[in-house]
Design a protein around this ligand. Structure first.
Ligand code: SF4
Length: 282
């Protein structure tokens, strides 16, 4: 059985930067992360073992503690509150997310009603929304625009992990619904590269294995893309979840992974597949 790893898979620039900085900061003590640093439970556990606890609420932390802001960023009000509490902020907001926040802020200041294309509950979307003003609306799918009463002056930004197809369809519909439309394409190239590589690979193999956290939006999107390419696709977090019957009759298996999937997890999957489903000797 041939095993092919997608050309682009695993940690993106923003996640790699966040992980490296967090592990470095771990040694300093009293370091907390506001929400899981990345959407990968296994890597979050490694961080916990290194001394970084994840907190959902920072108001109980002692003054002088360090608080990591993950790559998704936070709304400005959250940053102000943490600073006012005397916390030392380690801001690991990905520069591409920070750019989307800036664009949302500029559009709002220029009087545009901001349409943010993304998943309503996603922390990155919530962080960008904090800059987008009171009239901002989150739109997930083109159909969400039905029946909305919009201002004539619309500004658009995207969650960085959006698919181009969905984003452009929404922009096209907005073109018909607005008098003035200003669009910032804030989709991150890492996302597109991973999506393109997954699509190409899915067309060449019999089965796709997509590795990544079940809570990872970009991993789930890779799963959807591979399925749309018509290939049986399985989403796993760790190697032990692979079921041998998935691979029956397959001569080529493709592997890809979301931007928040660490290399050591991908490597274990590839080794397991190369070994024909046996635990590799390490
Ligand atoms: S996917 Fe892009 S925007 Fe998101 S963390 Fe990675 S590099 Fe940054």
């Amino acid at each position: 059985m041939e095993v092919i790893l997608a050309d682009k898979a695993g940690f993106c620039f923003g996640v790699q930067r966040a992980i490296n900085t967090a592990f470095k900061a771990a040694g300093e003590g009293n370091v907390y992360c506001y929400g899981p640093l990345i959407h990968n439970p296994q890597e979050v556990e490694r961080l916990r073992q290194a001394g970084i606890d994840t907190v959902a609420d920072f108001t109980q932390l002692k003054q002088g503690s360090s608080l990591i802001i993950r790559s998704h960023g936070v709304p400005p009000a959250v940053l102000e509150k943490a600073r006012a509490q005397g916390l030392n902020i380690i801001d690991l907001t990905c520069p591409f997310v920070a750019k989307a926040q800036q664009h949302a802020d500029t559009l709002n200041r220029e009087g545009y009603q901001v349409i943010l294309v993304g998943e309503k509950q996603h922390p990155e979307v919530q962080s960008i929304l904090g800059y987008a003003g009171q009239s901002a609306i989150v739109v997930e799918l083109p159909g969400d625009l039905d029946g909305l009463s919009l201002s004539g002056k619309i500004g658009v930004v995207a969650q960085t992990t959006q698919s181009y197809g969905n984003f452009s369809e929404i922009v096209l519909r907005l073109l018909r619904l607005s008098k003035e439309l200003k669009v910032f394409n804030t989709i991150c190239s890492s996302t597109k590269e991973r999506q393109d590589a997954a699509r190409v690979l899915a067309s060449r193999v019999d089965v796709m294995i997509v590795v990544g956290g079940r809570n990872s939006a970009n991993t789930s999107r890779l799963v959807s893309l591979c399925r749309e390419a018509g290939k049986p696709t399985y989403h796993i977090e760790v190697v032990d979840e692979i079921r041998p019957e998935w691979l029956e009759g397959a001569t080529r298996v493709g592997v890809t992974a979301g931007a928040s999937t660490p290399g050591w997890i991908i490597e274990a999957v590839v080794k397991w597949l190369h070994a024909g489903g046996k635990k590799p000797v390490t």
